[in-house]
Design a protein around this ligand. Structure first.
Ligand code: SF4
Length: 381
């Protein structure tokens, strides 16, 4: 059995480490490219969303490299992700790519027993005992957790760097080393090493960088190709940012049934009371969080044709009229050109920066007036 799965963010790094550790052959999908997207688009239904086209191309490539089993995350709707597994299978079967399929659905939809049966099928070719596999699984989850913590820290600290680009360098080097890691212990060591490197960078904590939330459709948030490397762009622009929907959050929500997002607030579900697929509810919550917790702005990302995020965008439009919140929506299409996206993001960041410095100036003036007033009274004039 040679396993493969679609390329989603760092999943290829983590997946390779786990399967190598338990002695199962794996074909890790290559990074997404324009060419791959073209190939995926050629055989995809016209109206399907961008992640599907990329995944299709990943799987065709993996098949040619020798993969015979696909592990595919699924959600059983109600947005198109619910159809991804079936549709991918039907298209690939017709084109002669005959895989064995393992759909990883949430236990809510298929039940715990069925999920365990599917997982057992995946690891059936392992040379490890069941306790050994479980230990590897728990330690792999630790890798995801630690890598995400490192990332989160680097994303926030990027706004305080004395020398631009150092946090980004640490993350890039960490990923490069993880791609070569021989097993879980080495991977954990690599992350630890890069955490120390992050600690050695000098920061200026007197700086007042923008602090924004990045939100939107999960694939666009996690997969750098799908968001035209927005995280690197923001780090280059010295913006501190956070994103709450991550690979780890998805695992916890889908498999471990833990739904709480970092920093969740009680929104009484007023603005989006129904689950409309994808993670539109979480996106809307991010908009509310921006107001409640004083973030400078929100960037919403999604691929063209994403149904749940279009609804979230409509909620944002209303929210922006009613409350003081700045939200930029970036919709990615299949065009490779980055200049348009970059210009829009730069203009948004520029606007937020100017507004922030005006607010700070105002605050300083009010403070100075108060201090002057007090000095005036004390000196008896
Ligand atoms: S969330 Fe949007 S992009 Fe993702 S599968 Fe659903 S409709 Fe497609």
């Amino acid at each position: 059995m040679k396993i493969t799965f679609p390329h989603i963010g760092d999943a290829h790094l983590i997946g390779r480490i786990f399967f190598t550790e338990i002695g199962i052959d794996i074909i890790t999908p290559h990074a997404n490219t324009e060419k791959g997207l073209e190939k995926g688009s050629e055989v995809s239904p016209d109206e399907i969303c961008l992640p599907f086209k990329l995944m299709l191309s990943n799987l065709m490539e993996a098949y040619k490299l020798g993969a015979d089993t696909v592990i595919m995350p699924a959600t059983m709707g109600p947005c198109r992700l619910g159809e991804y597994g079936e549709l991918l299978k039907s298209i690939l079967d017709r084109k002669g790519y005959s895989f064995q399929w393992v759909l990883l659905d949430s236990p809510n939809s298929i039940g715990k027993q069925e999920l365990l049966r599917r997982l057992a099928n995946v690891v059936s070719g392992s040379n490890k005992s069941l306790p050994g596999i479980l230990t590897a699984l728990i330690r792999t989850y630790k890798i995801i957790e630690k890598l995400e913590k490192l990332e989160q820290k680097a994303h926030i600290l990027a706004g305080y760097e004395k020398k631009k680009g150092e946090c980004k360098k640490v993350l890039t080097s960490c990923r490069r080393d993880l791609a070569q890691a021989s097993g879980i212990s080495q991977a954990l060591k690599i992350i630890r090493h890069h955490r120390c490197q992050l600690g050695e960078i000098t920061f200026d904590f007197n700086k007042k960088p923008l602090h924004i939330l990045v939100t939107g459709e999960i694939f666009s948030m996690i997969e750098p190709f799908a968001n035209h490397h927005i995280e690197e762009l923001l780090m280059d622009m010295s913006v501190s940012f956070e994103k709450r929907v991550t690979l780890r959050w998805w695992i916890r929500r889908t498999i471990l049934r833990s739904t709480n997002l970092k920093g969740s607030i009680n929104l009484k579900k007023k603005r989006l009371p129904y689950d409309i697929g994808g993670y539109a509810k979480e996106t809307v919550e991010d908009g509310e969080l921006c107001v409640e917790k004083g973030y400078d702005g929100v960037i919403q990302l999604f691929p063209v044709g994403c149904m749940p995020e279009i609804v979230a965008k409509a909620v944002f439009s209303k929210m922006m009229k009613e409350r003081e919140v700045s939200i930029l929506t970036v919709i990615y299409d299949e065009m490779g050109g980055e200049a348009g996206y970059i210009t829009r993001i730069e203009a948004f960041i520029d606007m937020l920066n100017r507004r922030k410095s005006l607010e700070q100036k105002k605050k300083r003036e009010i403070y100075n007036r108060k201090v002057k007033g007090k000095t005036h009274v004390l000196s008896g004039h």
